[in-house]
Design a protein around this ligand. Structure first.
Ligand code: C2E
Ligand code: MG
Ligand code: MG
Ligand code: MG
Length: 293
């Protein structure tokens, strides 16, 4: 019996390995064609004021739309592109597309809302981010505050000096920088005192509570919230799915939420319909001081 179990485990393992390398291979062979044929698009997920649910901005999230209409989420191709040094091709494309959309949206007389884009650590290592964003806002005649930049916590940890320098330079140029997935990796807590950052996006993991860890989870969330108050940086909590979570976060003093409870990431046309309703948007932006109650 033991032997059979052993062999069946081996088979399962091999099958998993095969399909993984096979899938990676398909991503790599299809990707440049997909880019050229505009199969890579971005969805927009609203970021909301917790108390009113009104939209203060959005995050652009990459999607691969196959010719048959299947929507491929980024977790299946972004790690492969990162591993193979191709992520900047995707990111440059998405950033340009986001800015082009902003330009068209504003030109046709609609109310502008800030959109944040994601940055991979290899973008920081291999491209001149401040120059790229500077060129984009010139090319599309955008106000700087309409383009925000999300850099994940893990980037800060792996390349502290370079990332700090890049963030400093971006902020010096007037761009807003958000720290994404805060609390998901090794702690950046002791980095915060030297860090200049505009907004912290608290990782969804903070909301994973069960009976055995609930009390501690609440205390941790409370101290993180207090800490961000101390340093005067607003937080957006990611992954909020239920009314209970939303109400709880409001009690904790969190003012901004990005999560399925309010909205999922939406195709651009759906997002446009949504923000064309003046009752659904809040153009006062994300800030710490202006919203202290
Ligand atoms: P992220 O930047 O932290 O984006 C938030 C992710 O959380 C998104 O997943 C979003 O759909 C998901 N999310 C938001 N609210 C909820 C919720 O209430 N419940 C749950 N379960 N999930 C929620 P998505 O779109 O699959 O993106 C995954 C990650 O892929 C992103 O995490 C980001 O790290 C990366 N990514 C996406 N687009 C790009 C891109 O254009 N460039 C780069 N470099 N990375 C990207
Ligand atoms: Mg993000
Ligand atoms: Mg995140
Ligand atoms: Mg994430």
């Amino acid at each position: 019996v033991a032997k059979e179990g052993y062999h069946s485990r081996i088979r399962v393992f091999e099958k998993g390995m095969y399909s993984r390398t096979n899938a990676e291979y398909r991503v790599l062979t299809d990707f440049s064609r997909a880019l050229k044929q505009h199969e890579i698009v971005f969805y927009l997920q609203p970021q909301c004021r917790a108390s009113s649910g009104k939209i203060v901005g959005a995050e652009a999230l990459a999607r691969w739309i196959k010719p048959d209409g299947t929507v491929i989420p980024p977790d299946t191709f972004i790690p492969v592109l990162e591993k193979r040094g191709l992520i900047s091709d995707l990111d440059l494309y998405i950033w340009d597309d986001v800015c082009r959309w902003q330009h068209e949206w504003i030109k046709s007389g609609h109310t502008p809302l800030p959109v944040s884009v994601n940055v991979s650590v290899s973008d920081i290592l291999h491209t001149d981010l401040p120059a790229i964003f500077e060129n984009l806002i010139k090319k599309y005649e955008l106000e700087r505050n309409l383009l925000k930049i999300e850099i994940t916590e893990s980037s800060y940890i792996t390349n502290t000096a370079l990332v700090m320098e890049t963030v400093r330079s971006l902020r010096e140029k007037g761009f807003t920088v958000l720290m994404d997935d805060f609390g998901s990796g090794s702690s950046t807590l002791n980095m915060l005192k030297n860090l200049n950052i505009d907004v912290i996006k608290l990782d969804a993991q903070f909301l994973n509570m069960n009976e055995s860890n609930e009390e501690k989870s609440i205390q941790i969330l409370e101290s993180v919230t207090n800490m961000t108050k101390t340093i005067g940086v607003p937080i957006i909590v990611e992954g909020v799915e239920t009314k209970e979570q939303k109400d709880f976060l409001i009690d904790m003093g969190c003012r901004y939420i990005q999560g399925y409870y309010f909205y999922r990431p939406l195709p651009i046309t759906d997002f446009e319909i949504l923000i064309d309703d003046p009752d659904k948007i809040d153009t006062s932006g994300i800030s710490f001081k202006a919203n202290q109650q």
